[in-house]
Structures are given as structure tokens and as C-alpha cells.
Design a protein around this ligand. Structure first.
Ligand SMILES: Cc1cc2nc3c(=O)[nH]c(=O)nc-3n(C[C@H](O)[C@H](O)[C@H](O)COP(=O)(O)OP(=O)(O)OC[C@H]3O[C@@H](n4cnc5c(N)ncnc54)[C@H](O)[C@@H]3O)c2cc1C
Length: 401
């Protein structure tokens, strides 16, 4: 089949990889004029996404670019003594296999794995989907299927599904590029107060460091492409937390990479209509930064391609894809709501409990943390409970030991 995918970030290239392996002809259209390496934060790949990346043969490169963060050090607002925690123990408890990698690096790795076999069209966007697909810039073309992998604000979803159920989680995420000397490789060091937290970190291979900001707020009024307004809102939200945070925010005046989004969950349970389907954040974003959306996007792309490879017609394949993903999507939504509450406590008491809890947990020996975490597969180990189905030819073709 000739398949058009909208979006070249995580879900788009992973989907394209598996579709091509199954003999489909794939075009990916991306609105950005080049692959977006625009300052995303570190994202987590949990076991299922690691297994899929291994089958794609890209795991060694991902692991080589891991951020290598091992320590969290936080200063509570109004206190003088920072508290540290060993983050490797937390992740070892959460997943049997995990890597933290910059979103931009991950996107580039998946893109590199596909660009020889996939037609990538940058700097364009779909304007309508009928017998023909029309574009802002390119000439109309015909495709058998169209897949939206174009993120939380998906264009394909808007064109085909209109308004879908969304739930604003009550918080925002921003990531800012800051000079390399402001972040320490291997450590995320920051400040936390009621309803807001900010930290900076580096990684050996990066030319810069990143400052990441999470804050609670009622829904703010801004357009998702109005960067100047987003920067203004970020400054307001972090005023007075700590002079070190102010020094990071000074870099908002430059033109360094910047990412800002609301932590919003999509609540729809149907991700296909006719010959169009959605994958990744476009379909079931559980909320950036809090719900394992990257792992979910990788798994969803693999499952969608796998179901389309079974030889049956696409409506049946889409229905099986939806059935396969529903449970894990619901679990991710619940996980994300819990994480938002825990990571951004709204009271001083909540802040103390979080910081002391992390410190206490990581002071326990690993042999004790891991079995404790395993008692609850729907909680911290939710991601590892996602099953990676073997699609026969698809899996076997590329399986790595
Ligand atoms: C620049 C950027 C930075 C990010 N930083 C973080 C972060 O720091 N922390 C975090 O948790 N998550 C971040 N995310 C989101 C994270 O990548 C996703 O949650 C997750 O990896 C799922 O990926 P996805 O491919 O489904 O969606 P996304 O990663 O959101 O990718 C969607 C892609 O579609 C493209 N697109 C959008 N509209 C159109 C259109 N009309 N036509 C064609 N293409 C279009 C976008 O440019 C993008 O490349 C970021 C996303 C982007 C795009």
C-alpha cells in the first residue's frame, strides 16, 4: 500500500520503519523545514520501547547517547541544604530495561534508520484528506492510507476527527537551552516549591545544557505557536523561586531552543476513521513528561504497523490496533495523573514528603527496592507491563539477540 504519515518525530519514523519492512511504500510529511532538533527534554524509554528499538537495530546508538543522569539534587524553596537521591535506583525499580535519552537525539536516530527507504517531505502540511490528499505547498497526491503521527496538536486529527475529548492535567512543561556550564553531566540539580519545580542538567555529548520547568496553573491563554507569550508566562510562573532559576530564565532572551506545552491528556478511545488512523501523541497523549508518552508512541507505531502487516483489510487491522492499545493507554493515563500529583506537589508539606520520600527510597538497597516495586505492576512498573507482540515476519526479520 502507499501510506502517508504526517509527523517526523518519534511515532512517525518508527511507524515508517516497520511499514517499509512489511513492503509498504511510505511518505512522511513534516511541517518543520528540517528535522526538529529544537531543544526537547530528556525522555524515558522503558522496556517495551527498548525491545522494539533493539529489533530495529538502533539500540546501541540510543545507549551511546544516553544522558547518563544518575543523581537528583534539589533545594526546597526557603531552605539552605540540598537533598540528593540516586536516580538509577528509582529507574531500576520502575523498569527492567530503561534508558534516558534526549528527545531530539532519539528522533534523529529513528529518522536515520528510515531515511534511505522512506520519502521524507519537510516543510509541508496536509490541508485536506479526500480521494486525494492536498498539501499547503506540494501538489495533490493519492494514498491508500493516511496516518497522523503529528503530536498533541495533531493536524490530521483536527481534519478528520474534529474536536476530541481532552483533559488539562493542571500543569505546564517548558524546556530551555542554557549554556553548557550551567548543567552538570550526570546530575539533575534544581529547586522545588509548592506548585513549581525547575532543574538544570547536562550530558557529555551536548553542546548546551537544558533547564526544565514544571508548574501548576489554571489553564493559561496562549497559542501553541506563540513563543513570546509562552516565555512571558514561564517568567511569571517562576518569579522569586531562587536566583539560580532567574539566571536560567535570563536565557529566554536569546534564540536558543525552547519547548513549552500544557500537560494535557487526550481522552478519545477511537483512533481510526475510514482510511485514516492516529498514532503516538496525536492519538493518546497521556501528558508530556509524566506518562511515558515516548514509550507509548514507539509501542503504538510498532503495533499499528504489525497489525497492518497481517494481510487482512485495513479496517480490521485498525480495529485490532485499537484493541491492542486501549488497556495500556488507559493505564498510562492513570499513571500520568498520579505522576503529575507527585512530581509537582501543591503544598509545602507535599514538597517535603516528595523530597524526603525520594531520598528515603533511594537510600534503601536495590535488592529491596526492586521487589517492592514489583508488587505493583499497575503503578511504577506499569510501562514494563506493556506486551510487545511478535508479528512473525515483521519481528523475525530484524530481531537482534
Ligand atoms: C520539538 C519537540 C520537543 C519536545 N520536547 C519534549 C520534552 O521536552 N518532554 C516531553 O515529555 N515531550 C516532549 N515532546 C513530546 C514528545 O516528543 C512526545 O510526547 C512523544 O515522544 C511522542 O512522540 P510523537 O511522535 O507522537 O509526537 P511529537 O514528538 O509531538 O511529534 C509530532 C511531530 O509532528 C510534526 N507536526 C506537527 N504538526 C504537523 C503538521 N501539520 N504537518 C506535519 N507535521 C506536523 C511536529 O513538528 C513533530 O515533528 C516534544 C515534542 C517536540 C515536537
Amino acid at each position: 500500500m502507499r501510506i502517508l504519515v504526517s509527523g517526523a518525530s518519534i511515532a512517525g519514523p518508527v511507524l515508517a520503519y516497520w511499514l517499509v519492512r512489511n513492503g509498504h511504500e511510505v511518505t512522511v510529511v513534516e511541517r518543520s523545514p528540517v528535522l526538529r532538533k529544537t531543544g526537547g527534554h530528556a525522555v524515558d524509554l522503558f522496556k517495551p520501547a527498548m525491545d522494539i528499538s533493539e529489533r530495529m537495530g538502533v539500540l546501541p546508538r540510543i545507549e551511546a547517547l544516553a544522558t547518563g543522569t544518575t543523581r537528583l539534587t534539589y533545594l526546597r524553596e526557603g531552605t539552605r541544604k540540598p537533598i540528593s537521591a540516586d536516580v538509577t535506583k528509582l529507574f531500576a525499580a520502575a523498569s527492567d530495561r530503561h534508558v534516558e535519552v534526549m528527545r531530539d537525539d532519539l528522533s534523529e536516530i529513528y529518522y536515520d534508520a528510515t531515511r534511505a527507504d522512506v520519502e521524507y517531505v519537510f516543510g509541508d502540511s496536509i490541508t485536506s484528506i479526500g480521494d486525494e490528499v492536498t498539501f499547503e505547498a506540494g501538489a495533490p497526491r493519492r494514498f491508500d492510507l493516511v496516518i497522523g503521527a503529528d503530536g498533541l496538536h495533531s493536524n490530521v486529527r483536527r481534519l478528520v476527527f474534529g474536536e476530541v475529548g481532552k483533559a488539562f492535567v493542571g500543569a505546564y512543561l517548558a524546556v530551555l537551552s542554557v549554556p553548557k556550564n550551567l548543567g552538570v553531566p550526570g546530575e539533575m540539580a534544581g529547586h522545588i516549591g509548592p506548585g513549581r519545580t525547575a532543574a538544570a542538567y547536562g550530558a557529555r555529548h551536548l553542546d548546551d545544557a537544558r533547564a526544565v520547568f514544571l508548574f501548576r496553573s489554571p489553564e493559561l491563554s496562549y497559542h501553541h505557536r506563540d513563543v513570546a507569550r509562552q516565555k512571558q508566562l514561564l517568567r511569571q510562573a517562576f518569579a522569586g523561586l531562587h536566583h539560580e532559576v532567574d539566571s536560567w530564565l535570563e536565557h529566554l532572551d536569546g534564540d536558543g531552543a525552547f519547548y513549552f506545552d500544557s500537560i494535557t491528556q487526550l481522552r478519545g478511545d477511537t483512533w481510526s476513521r475510514g482510511r485514516v488512523a492516529l498514532v503516538g501523541d496525536a492519538a493518546y497523549c497521556p501528558g508530556p513528561a509524566i506518562g511515558g508518552s515516548t514509550s507509548l508512541a514507539v509501542l503504538g507505531a510498532y503495533v499499528l504497523a504489525g497489525e497492518l502487516s497481517t494481510g487482512s483489510d485495513h479496517p480490521a487491522a485498525f480495529a485490532r490496533y485499537e484493541d491492542a492499545m486501549r488497556e495500556v493507554v488507559h493505564a498510562s493515563r492513570a499513571f500520568a495523573l498520579g505522576t503529575a500529583k507527585t512530581l509537582i506537589p501543591s503544598t509545602r508539606l507535599g514538597v517535603s514528603a516528595l523530597v524526603r520520600g525520594a531520598q528515603l527510597l533511594t537510600s534503601l538497597p536495590s535488592w529491596l527496592i526492586r521487589p517492592l516495586a514489583k508488587l505493583n505492576s499497575k503503578g511504577v512498573r506499569m510501562h514494563d507491563s506493556m506486551r510487545v507482540k511478535d508479528y512473525g515476519r515483521q519481528g523475525a526479520a530484524t530481531a537482534t539477540p
